[in-house]
Design a protein around this ligand. Structure first.
Ligand SMILES: Cc1cc2nc3c(=O)[nH]c(=O)nc-3n(C[C@H](O)[C@H](O)[C@H](O)COP(=O)(O)OP(=O)(O)OC[C@H]3O[C@@H](n4cnc5c(N)ncnc54)[C@H](O)[C@@H]3O)c2cc1C
Length: 443
């Protein structure tokens, strides 16, 4: 049995801790803030409740696998349901596309009837091209610890391609609406598609084939379920405790220095045989030099709003494409007669985000009764970093960030800042990879 310290109590840290405890290790999780979850969780005010970060997930198999490998099957604890449509896209020319998930045929019909003759076929042919990319990445990037030295040449060439998502998409489509659709995932995550490698488009394939899933009542409930699982598995959880650095002796990690703690313990050292870093590794002096060429993604502008009175019927997620890209999420819970929506802004947001939503065609500005505004700076402060991981700065980024292992013996990485990347599916997979590398406790 190894003494494992997991740094960070976001989805990456929680999932790693639960898996490792199930494998028989003695696990301590340290979380800087007073509550667990990181970006995952709720914001509450005056009877309204919004998901603070994620509201849905692609690749539900990742969540199901986590539940199976850490204790009870998912069906016994959560109710994962498929979103239909996965999003509603509203374009500058006022066309509206309800994009279905989990079906190639349904996407073909929907795109064709919303965007005009030929558009459906062009979209489907673009997405089809990612079938092979998905197979390659699944084997060597999503389900196996990434290591450039050991990856097959084909995978290395794919990951380090000079072709950017922007270049591929603008060459493929003349229709700006299809371009916006193809680049939405990268834009939402806060990247400039000019700096994102073409293979990132694989998320369109994943969405088309496996759909997008949510938990009725909010994804935030995952935090309590995960916290219960840590308690059941005997994980020691230290909240309000910040990991300051790793203690390394002869190239091997031996402890984590932490500050804070419930009683304000000051600085102390937690002995460790293995450490899982589920935060931005730039925050730990011992790791900083290995990732000095990376930059975190700046979080978006967020406004959680309470809307009263009659509102148009809207699906779970609406994307307003324009100078800025505004994502409207409608799944919050609200008092009778009211609605809890979240607006997430990316790009050139030159006016108030509620005004931008109004201009984008969802005209409820006069009905907004309350709002909780969170600037990118607020979010970085609250979340002690960026939950959207490493910013794509071109093809080199794949090499500049760390994979599941660090160049210090006994140190592993999980979460949005390591491979395979940000978003619940990738973060969940990073925890599975760490558990795979550390393996079961020896008797
Ligand atoms: C607005 C928004 C919407 C999103 N929507 C979706 C979505 O719909 N679907 C989806 O799949 N993904 C979505 N994402 C992305 C997803 O939420 C994140 O990629 C994922 O939750 C990141 O998990 P994490 O554990 O890596 O990081 P975080 O959630 O950032 O957790 C890191 C934790 O580590 C703690 N910490 C930091 N430094 C220290 C330290 N030194 N010591 C101890 N603790 C420390 C922090 O306090 C934090 O709790 C969204 C992200 C945002 C910001």
């Amino acid at each position: 049995m190894a003494r494992v310290v997991v740094i960070g109590g976001g989805f990456g840290g929680l999932a790693s801790a639960a898996r490792l405890a199930k494998l028989g290790h003695d696990v301590t999780l340290v979380e800087a803030s007073a509550k667990l979850g990181g970006a995952l969780g709720y914001v509450e005010k005056d009877g309204f409740r919004w998901d603070s970060g994620p509201t849905s997930t692609l690749l539900p198999a990742v969540i199901r696998d986590f539940f199976r490998k850490s204790g009870r099957p998912a069906e016994k604890e959560i109710d994962l349901v498929a979103l239909e449509p996965v999003q509603q896209h509203r374009f500058r020319d006022e066309t509206v596309l309800d994009l279905p998930g989990g079906s190639r045929a349904a996407q073909l019909d929907a795109v064709e009837s919303a965007l005009g003759p030929g558009a459906g076929g062009r979209w489907i042919s673009y997405v089809d091209d990612f079938a092979e990319v998905w197979e390659v990445l699944r084997k060597d990037w999503f389900e196996r610890p990434w290591s450039p030295e050991h990856a097959p040449k084909q995978t290395r060439e794919l990951l380090e391609t000079r072709l950017s998502l922007h270049k591929m998409v603008t060459k493929e489509f003349k229709d700006e609406r299809l371009q916006a659709l193809a680049m939405y995932a990268a834009t939402f995550e806060g990247h400039d598609p000019r700096n994102v490698p073409a293979w990132f488009g694989v998320w369109s394939y994943v969405e088309q084939n496996f759909g997008s899933w949510t938990l009725p009542g909010g994804m935030g409930q995952l935090v309590d379920v995960l916290a219960d699982r840590l308690a059941t598995r005997g994980v020691t959880v230290l909240t309000s405790t910040t990991a300051e650095d790793l203690v390394v002796e002869n190239g091997q990690v031996v402890a984590v220095t932490v500050a804070g703690g419930p009683g304000g313990i000051g600085t102390e050292s937690l002995p460790a045989d293995r450490v899982v870093v589920a935060i931005d590794p730039r925050r730990l002096p011992a790791l900083r030099r290995y990732v000095e060429r990376t930059m975190p993604v700046i979080p978006p502008v967020i406004s959680h709003i309470g809307v009263v009175g009659e509102v148009p019927e809207l699906p779970h997620e609406i994307i307003l494409h324009g100078e800025a890209t505004i994502t409207v999420r409608t799944n919050g819970t609200a008092p009778e007669g009211a609605h809890a929506w979240t607006l997430i802004g990316r790009g050139q947001l030159s006016e108030d985000i509620v005004t931008a939503m109004q201009r984008g065609g969802i005209r409820v500005r006069e009905q907004v009764e309350l709002r909780v505004d969170r600037s990118p700076r607020d979010l970085v402060t609250d979340w002690n970093g960026s939950p959207q991981g490493v910013l794509w700065q071109g093809r080199g980024t794949v090499r500049h960030r760390l994979g599941s292992t660090a160049p210090i013996a006994g140190v592993f990485l999980a979460g949005a800042h390591t491979t395979p990347g940000a978003g619940l599916p990738s973060v969940g997979l990073s925890a599975a990879l760490v558990a795979q590398l550390i393996g079961p406790a020896q008797a």
